[in-house]
Design a protein around this ligand. Structure first.
Ligand code: DSN
Length: 416
């Protein structure tokens, strides 16, 4: 299959192969990335790609849907079982598409939407002004407490009481702690708001039962399938049965056209993998690895936002070491370690510079790395960050990173 690309289009093949090698040779610490299994990747390179299937299983606007109907039904059943959900829509192309569909279902332009602000760890699609969610709705923001960088539920309650939003969003892209969904339910009930959780980051931990589940408490839950879920790129919406029709209509024809059936098949395979007991073991190791890595950095004087982590990611304040997030990201990259710069709560730097980096362990854990390797990775990072002017150190560390990665190969049989 790959040979056909190589023979026909060597220009593109070259970069696909280089990207595969980059993923293999680098330590991937971007918290939102992971390595989907070869069978998940394989499902996306099938003739399912060719099929239009607007509508839902057994109610389509196109003929020839008898097999894709079965695939979508299996996918829905698996994700409902995994999360104990009443209803699932597996068609969203991404997390942002899923969120936009929820807004389309429940809000009219100008209605009030309440979400976590970006510097506290929220997501652009939770009402940031540069997103249509920020342009089309009246956005009310909440953040973390200045004192301890944790969600202050009393404060969130007062804001909700004052503003009476129609939707309250809980969930984040860069908040390293558990979220108390029960408290959010109480807040939403007190003002009659719809409660939506966006658990794009923690879905895998939730499926494995090692993060509290939003499903019993929230009217709607959205997530992506490619982060801790370790599946194809895509989104999912779970909801209470009473909202099923509203949500389905909002996804199609509300904000999307034809579903990507090749991706839905890949999602179904990823859910089968997640229903296996080994997935729970994997997620436990992800969290152990993250704590180990974050603690080692903390011991060396880096400040952990909120003082620690409960999940697969940690936010590291690098300003305490005289660095910016941007510089830290760049020098780590040269040393073979991929992270992303990230604003930290009450950051005075712009997002493109940032005072922090976000690290995460889903991808390195998929490679089979454990606490011992995390201690080594922390040492690599500490040395690089302590010597921002030393190219020599970066090259030396890069060699060590490559040696370490070659002991934990990924995708060795692909594109060979
Ligand atoms: N871009 C994702 C992340 O890195 O968290 C969120 O969409």
């Amino acid at each position: 299959m790959y040979r056909s690309i190589k023979n026909y289009d060597p220009d593109i093949y070259k970069f696909i192969r280089l990207e595969k090698e980059r993923q293999n040779r680098f330590l991937e610490l971007i918290a939102s990335e992971n390595f989907a299994s070869p069978r998940v990747l394989a499902a996306m390179a099938t003739p399912l790609n060719n099929k239009y299937a607007e509508g839902y299983p057994y109610k389509r606007y196109y003929g020839g849907c008898e097999y894709v109907d079965e695939i979508e039904s299996i996918c829905i059943d698996r994700v409902k079982k995994l999360f104990g959900a009443e209803h699932a829509n597996v068609q969203p192309h991404s997390g942002t598409s899923a969120n936009m569909a929820v807004y389309f279902a429940f809000l009219k332009p100008g209605d009030k939407l309440m979400g976590m602000d970006l510097t506290s760890g929220g997501h652009l699609s939770h009402g940031h002004p540069v997103s249509s969610s920020g342009r089309d709705f009246d956005v009310i923001r909440y953040g973390v407490s200045r004192e301890n960088e944790l969600l202050d539920y009393d404060e969130i309650f007062s804001i909700a009481e004052r503003e009476k939003p129609k939707i309250i969003i809980c969930g984040a892209s860069a908040y390293p702690r558990f979220i108390d969904f029960k408290k959010f339910r109480e807040i939403a009930d007190s003002v009659g708001a719809i409660l939506m959780a966006d658990v794009a980051h923690t879905a895998g931990l939730i499926a494995a039962g090692i993060h509290p589940s939003p499903v019993p408490y929230c009217d709607v839950v959205t997530f992506t399938t490619h982060k801790t879920m370790r599946g194809p790129r895509g989104g999912i919406i779970l909801c209470k049965e009473q909202y099923a029709k509203k949500i389905d209509k909002a996804v199609f024809p509300g904000v999307q056209g034809g579903p990507f059936m090749h991706v839905i098949a890949a999602k179904a395979i990823a859910f089968k993998e997640a229903l296996d007991p080994s997935f729970t073991e994997y997620q436990k190791q992800v969290v152990k690895n993250c704590k180990e890595l974050a603690n080692e950095l903390q011991k060396e004087g880096f400040r952990l936002v909120s003082g620690g982590t409960d999940i697969h990611l940690a936010q590291i304040d690098v300003k305490v070491k005289g660095l910016t997030g941007k510089l830290a990201e760049e020098i780590l990259e040269e040393a073979g370690i991929t992270v992303n710069k990230n604003t930290i709560p009450f950051d005075t730097e712009k997002p493109f510079i940032a005072s922090g980096i976000r690290i995460g362990t889903p991808a390195v854990t998929t490679r089979g790395m454990k606490e011992k390797e995390m201690r080594k990775i922390a040492q690599f990072m500490i040395e690089v960050l302590a010597n921002p002017d030393s190219e020599e150190i970066r090259y030396a560390i890069r060699k060590e990173v490559e040696d370490m990665c070659s002991a934990f190969p990924i995708y060795s049989d692909l594109l060979s």
